[in-house]
Write a protein that binds this ligand. Structure first.
Ligand SMILES: *[C@@H]1O[C@H](CO)[C@@H](O)[C@H](O)[C@H]1NC(C)=O
Ligand SMILES: [Ca+2]
Length: 224
């Protein structure tokens, strides 16, 4: 009975959205376990935009966003690939690569990725600069049963983590929409102006569950 009550409390706790405005997740160690699981407020996507800001000094592969479904572990996944020196969006288990980006260590980078299933085109906005659009996957939506993880890369639905692809550093302002944002909306996100928060993941009302050592602190840690 007591266990049940605890379970109910834990579940209730995880289900309460939190306003993380001005805050960041800190992943302070390289592990194959620490992660944040985000709860999407809707399911099934014919189009997607995901934006996030991250800060790291890693000199190896690291996942920035990992969305898995039952049918594919890389249904919408963004990863830095050190060997290719590029950011690789994976959508519906298909991959493309963007190289030649100024992905410097030890500073914040804003990264937005858009895709829609009709055209099958993906586009990366790196610190506000649009990439070319590339064909990646068309004709089918991202199915329900999404599991979204920060800090680790899923090789299976909710698991299959690998230390060599884990993220360490800071991450903030994670938003997800079930449509493609316009260039002006992306500009407003990058400039930290008023923009329409994500209707799938909303950093100002985020439902999440932390596993392992991940901390939340104010983003402003510089003297101003
Ligand atoms: C995001 O969360 C904020 C704060 O709760 C809320 O005011 C806003 O309406 C939400 N936006 C969306 C699109 O859900
Ligand atoms: Ca992997």
């Amino acid at each position: 009975m007591r266990f049940l009550l605890l379970l109910v409390m834990l579940t209730a706790c995880a289900a309460t959205p939190q306003d993380l405005s001005g805050k960041m997740f800190i992943f302070p160690q390289e592990t194959s376990t620490a992660n944040v699981r985000l709860t999407a407020s809707r399911q099934g996507f014919g189009a997607v935009t995901v934006c996030h800001r991250s800060f790291t000094d890693l000199k190896r592969d690291h996942a920035l966003f990992s969305l898995a479904t039952r049918s594919s572990a890389n249904d919408f996944m963004i990863i830095w690939e050190e060997a290719n020196k590029g950011i690789a969006p994976h959508i519906k288990n298909t991959k493309t690569e963007y190289k030649g980006l100024d992905y410097k260590s030890n500073m914040w980078h804003s990264i937005c990725t858009t895709w829609d299933s009709q055209s099958g085109l993906v586009q990366l906005w790196f610190d506000g600069q649009p990439s070319i659009k590339k064909f990646i996957s068309s004709g089918s939506d991202i199915s329900v049963s999404t599991i979204i993880i920060l800090g680790q890369e899923q090789d299976s639905h909710g698991g299959g983590f690998d230390l060599k692809q884990s993220f360490s550093g800071m991450m903030s302002d994670v938003h997800m929409w079930d449509y493609t944002l316009s260039p002006c909306e992306i500009r407003r996100y990058v400039d930290e102006l008023n923009f329409t928060p994500g209707n799938v993941l909303n950093w100002s009302a985020l439902e999440f569950q932390i596993t392992g050592r991940v901390l939340i602190e104010d983003k402003q840690n510089l003297c101003s």
